[in-house]
Ligand binder design. Structure first.
Ligand code: SF4
Length: 180
């Protein structure tokens, strides 16, 4: 049972149709920002687990220049793009696939990608579902359009909601030095 308060959860609609008419458009030129924690999860498995699964041109780009670009969003470096797609995309998110094989699809995936389309408003601290026409949504994706996606987000986003709740719980833990 999820108890995380999400501002528009009652009315939000979302259905991911990746593989059923969508090729993964949210990973096309998406350039998510990566936190130091995201990078620390990726770095140890980059060479042995991730690189062998990537598109040849994405692998070449990373080997030459790394997976982070010079661009920044919300103060953090963003992922590189090759031939119009995130370097970690190959018929789906390679980070997601590797994590899923090990029992947790979110183990290596950048936090913002794992939460999508859930987001926390930086100013108010309020969680919300990204929706066309809500909170200044700028991305014109059909899955964010409640007129097209008919599934209640409360049902379709159970995993993402549980993940957001885990993140909130981890952030509210006192540092180890204060906990004793
Ligand atoms: S890290 Fe994965 S989910 Fe995020 S944009 Fe890249 S391929 Fe897509």
């Amino acid at each position: 049972m999820i108890s995380l308060p999400v501002a528009n959860l009652a009315e939000a609609k979302f259905e991911c149709i990746f593989g059923r008419g969508c090729d993964g458009i949210c990973c096309q030129n998406g350039r998510p920002p990566l936190s130091p924690t995201d990078q620390a999860r990726i770095d140890p498995i980059l060479k042995d687990k991730i690189l062998p699964e990537l598109r040849p041109e994405a692998r070449k780009t990373i080997e030459k220049m790394g997976y982070l670009s010079g661009r920044k969003k919300i103060g953090m470096p963003t992922l590189r793009v090759t031939q119009g797609w995130c370097v970690f995309f190959k018929e789906g998110c390679v980070l997601h696939k590797i994590g899923a094989r090990e029992g947790d699809p979110y183990r290596y995936k950048p936090e913002l990608c794992a939460l999508f389309p859930l987001e926390k408003d930086e100013e108010t601290g309020e969680w919300f579902v990204r929706q066309k026409g809500y909170n200044g949504e700028f991305w014109d994706l059909f899955c964010l359009d409640p007129a097209i996606s008919k599934k209640p987000a409360a049902e379709s986003l159970k995993d993402e909601l549980a993940y957001a709740e885990r993140l909130e719980a981890a952030q509210s833990q006192p540092p180890l030095s204060d906990a004793s």
